[in-house]
Design a protein around this ligand. Sequence first.
Ligand code: ZN
Length: 305
Amino acid sequence: MFVGTGGSPINLMRQVRATGGFYVELPEVRLYVDPGPGALVHARALGLPLEDLDAVYVSHGHLDHYGDADAIVESMCRAMSVRRGLLLAPRSVLEEGLVSAFHQGRRPDVPYPGGPRARALEAGRAVALGDGAVLHPVPAHHGGENYGFVLETPDLRLGYTSDTGYLIAYRNADGERVNVEPGRAVIDFEAAEDVHLDLRAAFADVDVLVANVTFMNHFASRQLTAIGLGDLLTGSHVGQAVITHLDPALTGAGGEDRTPLLAEYVERVSGVPTLVARDGMRLQLHPRGGGVAAAARGGEEGPRA
Ligand SMILES: [Zn+2]
């Protein structure tokens, strides 16, 4: 379930799309990912069972990813009356107190007995979750400590990119090599020349990839972009890509929603079925080998993201 599909500081301020992150429900685990500001209100409106979460995941220390983490943890731990659940976040996020010490479960002096167990994410250290799920952190390239993940169960591999740069250099229409630099848009893209190959490898065979694309071709030094995602998926075995974490710049004059163009582009260049998430959208997750890995539907029961 996509609670909020907005990203970037401009969207954080304006809430054109909500900054609620997403909720994953599988037979093995219930996980809340990147609860930005508004997550609690929107999750409640959607009827999500926050008291039954197994874990809250914060990818990095930007407000659109952790703003409501305290509130979601408070629900997971049932008004901080029960010691249950995991809080997963980069060590720097925990040490800087971006999630409060109380909501990290580290304030035994406070007269509430509940709280989660906080665990710092580390590259190469898988985390067992719920009843048979395993989360593999995937370091992202975005500034500061930041992890996407691959969540693995016997039936499904779900990838999440978090915010990350991917393109390092590309060839333009004149055949020139252009280095991706901060503040410079990717123009006249012909083909990728250098990319973060670690991301290609990490997500190459997930069934569903949730991708924080944010822009078509801007800020590629720190954002995936649709151009980057198209290259990342090309030649992969990804079953379904889902674009989220979008900037309001993708809303055209007169309020026209241009985000479908991102999915069209990515699907055309990569051949991987791609859709754009909407706030409140439920995505049905199918087990491996079940044909199309995911489809956007509403109001169905069963495993969902
Ligand atoms: Zn960020």
